[in-house]
Design a protein around this ligand. Sequence first.
Ligand SMILES: [Zn+2]
Ligand SMILES: [Zn+2]
Ligand SMILES: [Zn+2]
Length: 241
Amino acid sequence: MMRDSDCTVGDERLIKDVESLRVSSVEPEEEFEDYEEDECEEPVVLGFVQSPEHEWSLLRHLFPSKAGGLPAWLDPNDLPSGKSCTCDICGTPLRFLLQVYAPLSHKESAFHRTLYIFICTSMTCLIQHQRNQQNQCSKKGSRSVKVFRCQLPRTNPYYSPDAPKNDGTDKPSTVGAALCDWCGSWKGDRVCSSCGITHYCSDIHQTTHWSSGHESECCQTILSLSVESGSDRVAMERQRG
Ligand SMILES: [Zn+2]
Ligand SMILES: [Zn+2]
Ligand SMILES: [Zn+2]
């Protein structure tokens, strides 16, 4: 159900909206004042960012709209992969910006529907992206802002067909695909070949995690695993004996 921003007309329109989108706090800050609007289009205000009353309200079984942190993937298994997850300009994995829960009640296949916006953190890429859009040369492979849409029908393998109670008693849904141990956003298809435990979305996140501490943790994991399997063996031999 995941779509890259290139796929549909609706999403392309959204990309345009995203360009004029500002995420602001409840009290607008001054830094937004010198924001210049080249086009006649009015900026789109989706909402205001507020701290959640309860941390659990941001979990995916409660269908949150949120900004920052990590994406709460509606479909925990069918995640974007490969080139969809990276900036087309610099090639680094995109960072989660925000998600909006926007179900279409009249459409059974979109009973649950969430839009996800990811961006590259390089200003150079964002400027290039904007230039590409303005020049109408939005050829595939030149985006540093991408929008994904995920939809599920009311009856699906992950969530109850009944609305959550939103009182903290709702049970989390099943565990989904393994996510990258460095960014926590994208599917972790690559596994560390030394410990076989940590997952990564890309070479760059594997290398960054390695130099940021996994190098020593990885060796410790291997050591503790071999100690465990050693003690298992002793226990099994004792049982046999
Ligand atoms: Zn980039
Ligand atoms: Zn990653
Ligand atoms: Zn490892």
